[in-house]
Design a protein around this ligand. Structure first.
Ligand code: 13P
Ligand code: SF4
Length: 307
Protein backbone atom coordinates (compact mmCIF):
# COMPACT_ATOMS: atom_id res chain seq x y z
CA UNK A 1 0.00 0.00 0.00
CA UNK A 2 2.74 2.49 1.01
CA UNK A 3 4.78 1.59 -2.12
CA UNK A 4 1.65 2.00 -4.19
CA UNK A 5 0.97 5.41 -2.61
CA UNK A 6 4.59 6.43 -3.31
CA UNK A 7 4.26 5.54 -7.01
CA UNK A 8 0.89 7.27 -7.33
CA UNK A 9 2.23 10.39 -5.61
CA UNK A 10 5.13 10.52 -8.08
CA UNK A 11 2.71 10.11 -11.01
CA UNK A 12 0.46 12.85 -9.67
CA UNK A 13 3.44 15.21 -9.27
CA UNK A 14 4.40 14.60 -12.94
CA UNK A 15 0.81 15.11 -14.11
CA UNK A 16 0.59 18.32 -12.12
CA UNK A 17 3.49 19.75 -14.11
CA UNK A 18 2.09 18.50 -17.41
CA UNK A 19 -1.30 20.11 -16.75
CA UNK A 20 0.08 23.15 -14.85
CA UNK A 21 -2.43 22.18 -12.22
CA UNK A 22 -3.11 23.06 -8.62
CA UNK A 23 -4.68 20.41 -6.38
CA UNK A 24 -7.06 21.52 -3.65
CA UNK A 25 -8.74 19.22 -1.12
CA UNK A 26 -11.48 19.49 1.47
CA UNK A 27 -10.80 18.69 5.13
CA UNK A 28 -12.95 15.51 4.82
CA UNK A 29 -10.76 13.88 2.17
CA UNK A 30 -8.77 10.68 2.84
CA UNK A 31 -5.44 11.42 4.62
CA UNK A 32 -3.32 10.39 1.61
CA UNK A 33 -5.38 12.69 -0.66
CA UNK A 34 -5.00 15.62 1.74
CA UNK A 35 -1.27 14.94 1.75
CA UNK A 36 -0.86 15.42 -2.03
CA UNK A 37 -2.91 18.63 -2.14
CA UNK A 38 -1.38 22.10 -2.51
CA UNK A 39 -4.08 23.44 -0.23
CA UNK A 40 -6.49 21.77 2.23
CA UNK A 41 -9.35 23.69 3.80
CA UNK A 42 -13.03 24.20 4.50
CA UNK A 43 -15.57 25.29 1.89
CA UNK A 44 -14.99 29.00 2.50
CA UNK A 45 -11.19 28.77 2.40
CA UNK A 46 -11.34 26.63 -0.75
CA UNK A 47 -13.62 29.17 -2.47
CA UNK A 48 -11.29 32.02 -1.49
CA UNK A 49 -8.26 30.02 -2.59
CA UNK A 50 -9.89 29.38 -5.97
CA UNK A 51 -10.05 33.14 -6.59
CA UNK A 52 -6.24 33.32 -6.30
CA UNK A 53 -5.28 30.51 -8.67
CA UNK A 54 -2.86 31.14 -11.53
CA UNK A 55 -2.67 27.51 -12.69
CA UNK A 56 -4.46 26.46 -15.87
CA UNK A 57 -6.22 23.53 -14.22
CA UNK A 58 -7.78 23.12 -10.78
CA UNK A 59 -8.04 19.51 -9.59
CA UNK A 60 -10.72 19.55 -6.90
CA UNK A 61 -10.68 16.74 -4.35
CA UNK A 62 -14.08 17.04 -2.74
CA UNK A 63 -17.68 16.82 -3.90
CA UNK A 64 -19.43 18.23 -6.97
CA UNK A 65 -20.81 21.52 -5.57
CA UNK A 66 -17.29 22.46 -4.39
CA UNK A 67 -15.74 21.90 -7.82
CA UNK A 68 -18.70 23.70 -9.37
CA UNK A 69 -18.08 26.71 -7.11
CA UNK A 70 -14.46 26.69 -8.32
CA UNK A 71 -15.78 26.66 -11.92
CA UNK A 72 -18.18 29.53 -11.15
CA UNK A 73 -15.24 31.57 -9.86
CA UNK A 74 -12.90 30.51 -12.69
CA UNK A 75 -14.85 30.35 -15.95
CA UNK A 76 -11.61 30.48 -17.98
CA UNK A 77 -9.83 27.63 -16.20
CA UNK A 78 -10.36 23.89 -16.41
CA UNK A 79 -11.81 22.39 -13.23
CA UNK A 80 -11.54 18.61 -12.78
CA UNK A 81 -13.51 16.83 -10.04
CA UNK A 82 -11.33 14.09 -8.56
CA UNK A 83 -14.18 11.54 -8.47
CA UNK A 84 -16.88 12.12 -11.07
CA UNK A 85 -19.67 10.59 -8.99
CA UNK A 86 -18.93 12.46 -5.74
CA UNK A 87 -22.15 14.36 -5.05
CA UNK A 88 -23.67 15.89 -1.94
CA UNK A 89 -27.14 14.55 -1.04
CA UNK A 90 -27.86 17.80 0.86
CA UNK A 91 -27.23 19.86 -2.30
CA UNK A 92 -29.69 17.61 -4.15
CA UNK A 93 -32.51 18.27 -1.65
CA UNK A 94 -33.74 21.41 -3.41
CA UNK A 95 -34.67 21.94 -7.06
CA UNK A 96 -35.02 25.25 -8.88
CA UNK A 97 -38.80 24.72 -9.15
CA UNK A 98 -39.06 24.18 -5.39
CA UNK A 99 -36.97 27.28 -4.71
CA UNK A 100 -39.14 29.39 -7.05
CA UNK A 101 -42.25 28.15 -5.24
CA UNK A 102 -40.75 29.06 -1.83
CA UNK A 103 -39.72 32.48 -3.14
CA UNK A 104 -43.35 33.12 -4.17
CA UNK A 105 -44.51 32.06 -0.72
CA UNK A 106 -42.09 34.49 0.99
CA UNK A 107 -41.77 37.43 -1.42
CA UNK A 108 -40.21 39.76 1.18
CA UNK A 109 -37.43 37.35 2.14
CA UNK A 110 -33.86 37.49 0.87
CA UNK A 111 -32.61 34.07 -0.23
CA UNK A 112 -29.44 33.00 1.58
CA UNK A 113 -28.10 29.84 0.05
CA UNK A 114 -25.63 27.48 1.69
CA UNK A 115 -22.81 26.75 -0.78
CA UNK A 116 -23.79 23.07 -0.52
CA UNK A 117 -26.13 23.64 -3.48
CA UNK A 118 -26.08 23.52 -7.28
CA UNK A 119 -25.00 26.42 -9.51
CA UNK A 120 -28.65 26.78 -10.67
CA UNK A 121 -29.78 27.25 -7.07
CA UNK A 122 -26.98 29.77 -6.39
CA UNK A 123 -28.04 31.67 -9.51
CA UNK A 124 -31.58 32.01 -8.06
CA UNK A 125 -30.28 33.21 -4.67
CA UNK A 126 -29.30 36.65 -3.35
CA UNK A 127 -26.16 35.58 -1.52
CA UNK A 128 -24.30 32.39 -0.55
CA UNK A 129 -22.82 31.41 2.78
CA UNK A 130 -20.79 28.56 4.23
CA UNK A 131 -20.78 27.07 7.71
CA UNK A 132 -17.93 29.49 8.57
CA UNK A 133 -19.76 32.74 7.80
CA UNK A 134 -23.52 32.04 7.89
CA UNK A 135 -24.25 34.42 10.79
CA UNK A 136 -22.23 37.28 9.26
CA UNK A 137 -23.85 36.73 5.84
CA UNK A 138 -27.40 36.73 7.26
CA UNK A 139 -26.67 39.87 9.31
CA UNK A 140 -25.23 41.60 6.21
CA UNK A 141 -28.55 41.36 4.35
CA UNK A 142 -30.93 44.37 4.53
CA UNK A 143 -34.18 42.30 4.66
CA UNK A 144 -35.64 41.27 8.03
CA UNK A 145 -36.88 37.97 6.57
CA UNK A 146 -34.36 35.42 5.34
CA UNK A 147 -35.27 32.32 3.37
CA UNK A 148 -32.41 29.98 4.28
CA UNK A 149 -31.80 27.03 1.91
CA UNK A 150 -31.26 24.09 1.88
CA UNK A 151 -29.89 23.03 5.31
CA UNK A 152 -32.42 23.38 8.13
CA UNK A 153 -29.91 22.63 10.89
CA UNK A 154 -27.42 25.31 9.81
CA UNK A 155 -30.37 27.68 9.29
CA UNK A 156 -31.64 26.91 12.79
CA UNK A 157 -28.22 27.51 14.34
CA UNK A 158 -27.97 30.87 12.51
CA UNK A 159 -31.47 31.79 13.72
CA UNK A 160 -30.22 31.45 17.32
CA UNK A 161 -27.40 33.92 16.60
CA UNK A 162 -29.29 36.70 14.78
CA UNK A 163 -32.32 38.97 15.23
CA UNK A 164 -33.49 38.22 11.67
CA UNK A 165 -36.53 36.05 10.99
CA UNK A 166 -34.99 32.93 9.43
CA UNK A 167 -37.37 30.75 7.39
CA UNK A 168 -36.06 27.20 7.20
CA UNK A 169 -36.16 24.92 4.18
CA UNK A 170 -36.28 21.24 5.28
CA UNK A 171 -32.98 19.92 3.83
CA UNK A 172 -30.30 18.20 5.91
CA UNK A 173 -26.96 16.42 5.67
CA UNK A 174 -27.43 12.69 6.15
CA UNK A 175 -24.02 12.39 7.87
CA UNK A 176 -24.45 15.18 10.43
CA UNK A 177 -28.16 14.57 10.99
CA UNK A 178 -27.30 11.00 11.99
CA UNK A 179 -25.47 12.22 15.11
CA UNK A 180 -27.93 11.99 18.03
CA UNK A 181 -28.11 13.82 21.36
CA UNK A 182 -28.04 10.47 23.19
CA UNK A 183 -24.74 9.54 21.49
CA UNK A 184 -23.31 12.91 22.52
CA UNK A 185 -24.35 12.26 26.13
CA UNK A 186 -22.62 8.85 26.04
CA UNK A 187 -19.43 10.31 24.50
CA UNK A 188 -19.37 13.00 27.19
CA UNK A 189 -19.73 10.34 29.91
CA UNK A 190 -16.83 8.43 28.37
CA UNK A 191 -14.62 11.56 28.06
CA UNK A 192 -15.83 13.98 30.76
CA UNK A 193 -12.73 16.16 30.42
CA UNK A 194 -13.17 16.73 26.67
CA UNK A 195 -14.67 19.77 24.96
CA UNK A 196 -17.41 19.09 22.42
CA UNK A 197 -16.88 20.74 18.99
CA UNK A 198 -19.70 20.33 16.48
CA UNK A 199 -20.46 21.39 12.93
CA UNK A 200 -23.62 23.51 12.56
CA UNK A 201 -25.10 20.90 10.17
CA UNK A 202 -25.79 18.83 13.33
CA UNK A 203 -29.30 18.71 14.85
CA UNK A 204 -30.27 21.59 17.21
CA UNK A 205 -30.30 19.26 20.26
CA UNK A 206 -26.70 18.22 19.45
CA UNK A 207 -25.58 21.82 18.80
CA UNK A 208 -27.17 22.84 22.14
CA UNK A 209 -24.68 20.59 24.01
CA UNK A 210 -21.57 21.93 22.22
CA UNK A 211 -18.74 24.00 23.69
CA UNK A 212 -18.11 25.43 20.20
CA UNK A 213 -19.99 25.35 16.88
CA UNK A 214 -17.48 25.52 14.03
CA UNK A 215 -16.85 24.99 10.35
CA UNK A 216 -14.25 22.28 9.73
CA UNK A 217 -11.27 24.66 9.59
CA UNK A 218 -12.58 26.67 12.53
CA UNK A 219 -12.50 23.38 14.50
CA UNK A 220 -8.81 23.00 13.72
CA UNK A 221 -8.08 26.61 14.76
CA UNK A 222 -10.20 26.21 17.92
CA UNK A 223 -8.45 23.00 19.00
CA UNK A 224 -5.02 24.59 18.45
CA UNK A 225 -5.79 27.75 20.40
CA UNK A 226 -7.65 26.00 23.23
CA UNK A 227 -5.98 25.20 26.57
CA UNK A 228 -8.01 21.95 26.60
CA UNK A 229 -6.23 18.68 25.85
CA UNK A 230 -9.07 16.58 24.48
CA UNK A 231 -12.06 17.06 22.21
CA UNK A 232 -15.16 15.17 21.09
CA UNK A 233 -15.76 15.88 17.41
CA UNK A 234 -19.20 16.18 15.84
CA UNK A 235 -18.43 16.23 12.14
CA UNK A 236 -17.17 13.97 9.33
CA UNK A 237 -14.27 11.75 10.42
CA UNK A 238 -11.83 13.01 7.74
CA UNK A 239 -11.21 16.08 9.89
CA UNK A 240 -9.28 13.89 12.37
CA UNK A 241 -6.25 13.79 10.02
CA UNK A 242 -5.49 17.51 10.29
CA UNK A 243 -6.65 17.76 13.89
CA UNK A 244 -4.15 15.07 14.93
CA UNK A 245 -1.38 16.21 12.56
CA UNK A 246 -1.57 19.81 13.77
CA UNK A 247 -2.13 18.94 17.45
CA UNK A 248 0.03 15.85 18.10
CA UNK A 249 -0.16 16.26 21.88
CA UNK A 250 -3.97 16.47 22.03
CA UNK A 251 -6.66 13.75 21.90
CA UNK A 252 -9.65 13.64 19.55
CA UNK A 253 -12.67 11.32 19.72
CA UNK A 254 -15.68 11.03 17.40
CA UNK A 255 -19.20 11.18 18.89
CA UNK A 256 -20.10 7.90 17.12
CA UNK A 257 -18.64 5.42 14.64
CA UNK A 258 -20.92 6.45 11.76
CA UNK A 259 -19.56 9.85 10.80
CA UNK A 260 -18.34 9.02 7.29
CA UNK A 261 -19.44 10.83 4.12
CA UNK A 262 -19.20 8.17 1.40
CA UNK A 263 -19.15 10.85 -1.28
CA UNK A 264 -16.08 12.52 0.22
CA UNK A 265 -14.40 9.11 0.37
CA UNK A 266 -14.94 8.38 -3.34
CA UNK A 267 -11.69 10.20 -4.06
CA UNK A 268 -8.63 7.96 -3.86
CA UNK A 269 -5.09 8.53 -5.15
CA UNK A 270 -5.95 6.18 -8.04
CA UNK A 271 -8.96 8.33 -8.95
CA UNK A 272 -6.91 11.54 -8.80
CA UNK A 273 -4.30 9.98 -11.10
CA UNK A 274 -6.90 8.71 -13.56
CA UNK A 275 -8.80 12.01 -13.59
CA UNK A 276 -5.61 13.93 -14.37
CA UNK A 277 -4.29 11.40 -16.89
CA UNK A 278 -7.54 11.33 -18.88
CA UNK A 279 -8.44 15.01 -18.22
CA UNK A 280 -11.87 13.69 -17.24
CA UNK A 281 -14.69 14.85 -14.94
CA UNK A 282 -14.47 18.40 -16.26
CA UNK A 283 -16.96 20.56 -14.36
CA UNK A 284 -18.57 23.35 -16.38
CA UNK A 285 -21.40 25.79 -15.75
CA UNK A 286 -23.46 27.38 -18.56
CA UNK A 287 -22.51 31.07 -18.90
CA UNK A 288 -25.92 32.58 -17.99
CA UNK A 289 -26.01 30.53 -14.76
CA UNK A 290 -22.32 31.09 -14.01
CA UNK A 291 -22.71 34.89 -14.17
CA UNK A 292 -25.69 34.95 -11.77
CA UNK A 293 -24.24 32.32 -9.41
CA UNK A 294 -20.93 34.24 -9.27
CA UNK A 295 -22.77 37.34 -8.03
CA UNK A 296 -24.14 35.34 -5.06
CA UNK A 297 -20.71 33.83 -4.32
CA UNK A 298 -18.87 37.16 -4.78
CA UNK A 299 -21.27 38.89 -2.34
CA UNK A 300 -20.38 36.24 0.23
CA UNK A 301 -16.63 36.56 -0.40
CA UNK A 302 -16.85 40.33 0.15
CA UNK A 303 -17.85 39.69 3.77
CA UNK A 304 -15.00 39.16 6.18
CA UNK A 305 -15.16 36.70 9.07
CA UNK A 306 -12.91 35.93 11.99
CA UNK A 307 -11.58 32.35 11.88
P1 13P B 1 -17.23 23.19 5.81
O1 13P B 1 -17.95 24.41 5.37
O2 13P B 1 -16.91 23.23 7.26
O3 13P B 1 -16.07 22.91 4.96
O4 13P B 1 -18.23 21.96 5.65
C1 13P B 1 -18.63 21.52 4.39
C2 13P B 1 -19.49 20.35 4.47
O5 13P B 1 -19.79 19.73 3.46
C3 13P B 1 -20.00 19.96 5.74
O6 13P B 1 -20.61 18.73 5.64
FE1 SF4 C 1 -22.72 16.84 1.77
FE2 SF4 C 1 -22.95 16.06 4.30
FE3 SF4 C 1 -21.08 14.96 2.77
FE4 SF4 C 1 -20.86 17.52 3.60
S1 SF4 C 1 -20.81 15.66 4.85
S2 SF4 C 1 -20.48 16.74 1.54
S3 SF4 C 1 -23.00 18.15 3.56
S4 SF4 C 1 -23.30 14.79 2.50
Amino acid sequence: MIDNFKQLKEKIARLKEELTAVIVAHNYQRPEVQDIADFVGDSLELSRRCTEVDAETIVFCGVHFMAETAAILNPDRTVLLSAGNAGCPLADMITVDELREWKQRYPKAAVVCYVNSSAEIKAESDICCTSANGVEVVNSVANDDILFIPDQNLGHYISTQTKKNVILYPGFCIVHNRIRAEQVKQAKELHPEAQLLVHPECRPEVVAQADAVCSTSQMIHHAKASPHQSFIIGTEEGILHRLRQENPDKSFYLVSNSQTCVNMKRTTLEKVTQTMQLRQNIVTVPEDIQIKAKQAVDRMLAISVKD
